[in-house]
Design a protein around this ligand. Structure first.
Ligand SMILES: Nc1nc2c(c(=O)[nH]1)N[C@H]1C(S)=C(S)[C@@H](COP(=O)(O)O)O[C@H]1N2
Ligand SMILES: [Mo]
Length: 401
């Protein structure tokens, strides 16, 4: 996102001639990247990708404020034009979660009942869309043209999916657990947004059915009153407004599992640009990423004076071991200082004192390595769906006298 925030006047249209509404907009660093900043209920102005359904990105500067993304700045992603479901469906006693299918005793539980029956559990975890950074793919790919703001880190609190499944009594032969939210397709031809977890994965005690986010009930647009939290895994599995958990004894073949949300079956999830993968698998864990959050493309920094660079890093759950920064396109690297550890699924903040040498254009790179030794490529890796971008993202600044 460029810092040159253009302010433009959007006319309110016929009948209100003479009145105009000032709106802030941003320009993402790719073609057709003009976006308005729009405030939705419970949200501060965020970068709007689409209005039907609402899809909002977080400006990178928010991530410079801390490892926890405030609820009102947390990104929003939906697939179906009718989303989010209406407040009536979500409100009060009307909401029930049903647990059904290949189980001994099907359950139907309200949110309060869930909290009463099952032990409370919490995790600080990053939620990131599979297509975070898709707009930056070259060659361009179809799909939501997002910058890198489709991510956020929060403290999620709720109950364990595994406890709920155990209470329902999973029958032998169960293969997968299907997760469905209350949002429905606008027309019959469009498949409902349903995701599947393998049975052994669904029983991982890390996976939560969360009712609270950063100490508050979930915002409406982030899944009120109940959502799935799958730490370390892409947001596609983090079903919002969860109302049905179905245990099945076969492999689910719905559209949002196949062909959607699949990656090349290759260790780096990539293919030669412009080609199709021969074999695909469902997308799963995050790869390693890091970002400079205190400076953006076009930021000005004074030469010879020390600036504190700030950033974040995260991965699929091993935890971040190291972040290094280069101001000379990789000839030399310096280790950043890691901030407080909020857990292996959280954003890890980092800082580095940097004294810009000389004057003129400078490119800054940050590169993280996790505790498994996995890191980030210097050249982008490509796949046709625009998933799992994790190239070192250059930040081009101007060093001034
Ligand atoms: N009910 C429902 N849940 C959903 C989706 C959706 O379209 N409907 N989209 C998923 C995707 S792809 C992502 S990236 C995350 C985004 O979570 P957020 O909107 O809370 O940031 O929600 C997931 N859960
Ligand atoms: Mo997503």
């Amino acid at each position: 996102m460029l810092p040159t925030r253009r302010r433009f006047l959007a006319s309110l249209g016929v009948g209100v001639a003479g009145h105009a509404l000032a709106r802030e907009s941003v320009e993402m660093p790719f073609e057709n990247g003009a976006r308005e900043l729009v405030a939705y209920p419970q949200k501060r102005p965020l970068i709007r990708l689409t209005s039907r359904p609402p899809q909002l990105e977080t400006p990178m500067s928010v991530f410079a404020e801390g490892a926890i993304t405030p609820n009102d700045a947390f990104f929003v992603r939906y697939h179906l034009a009718g989303s989010p479901p209406s407040r009536e469906l979500l409100g009060g006693d009307a909401f029930r979660l049903s647990v059904e299918g290949h189980v001994q005793s099907p359950l139907s539980l309200g949110v309060a009942e869930l909290a009463r029956r099952f032990e409370t559990a919490a995790v600080v975890a990053v939620n990131q869309c599979s297509g975070n950074g898709r707009g930056l793919f070259q060659p361009r790919v179809p799909g939501g043209q997002m910058g890198n703001g489709a991510m956020g880190c929060a403290r999620w609190e709720g109950v364990r999916l595994s406890d709920v499944l155990k209470a329902a009594g999973v029958k032998p032969g169960a293969r997968q657990v299907l997760l469905d939210g209350l949002d429905k397709p606008p027309t019959p031809g469009i498949p409902d947004f349903v995701k599947a977890l393998e049975m052994d994965q669904a029983l991982d005690p890390e996976i939560l059915l969360a009712t609270r986010m950063n100490g508050e009930p979930l915002p409406w647009l982030n899944g009120y009153p109940l959502r799935v939290v799958v730490p370390g895994h892409y947001g596609t599995y983090w079903i919002k407004h969860l109302h049905r958990v179905t245990v099945v004894d076969a492999d689910y073949k719905g559209y949002w599992m196949d062909p959607a949300y699949r990656i090349p079956d290759d260790p780096c999830a990539h293919v030669e640009p412009g080609t199709k993968p021969r074999h695909t698998v469902p997308i799963s864990r995050f790869n390693v990423r890091s970002f400079i959050t205190s400076l953006m493309d076009g930021s000005r920094v004074p030469s010879g004076r020390t600036t504190l660079l700030r950033g974040i890093a995260f991965d699929g759950g091993a935890g971040i071991r190291e972040v290094v920064v280069s101001d000379d396109e990789g000839r030399t690297w310096r280790a950043a200082e890691l901030g407080r550890d909020h857990g292996r699924h959280a954003f890890r903040e980092w800082t580095l004192a940097w004294t810009p040498p000389g004057t003129g254009d400078r490119v800054l790179w940050a590169r993280a390595t996790n505790r498994l030794g996995q890191s980030q490529p210097l050249e982008p890796l490509w796949n046709p769906a625009g998933y799992m971008r994790n190239v070192v993202e250059p930040v081009k600044v101007k060093v001034t006298t």
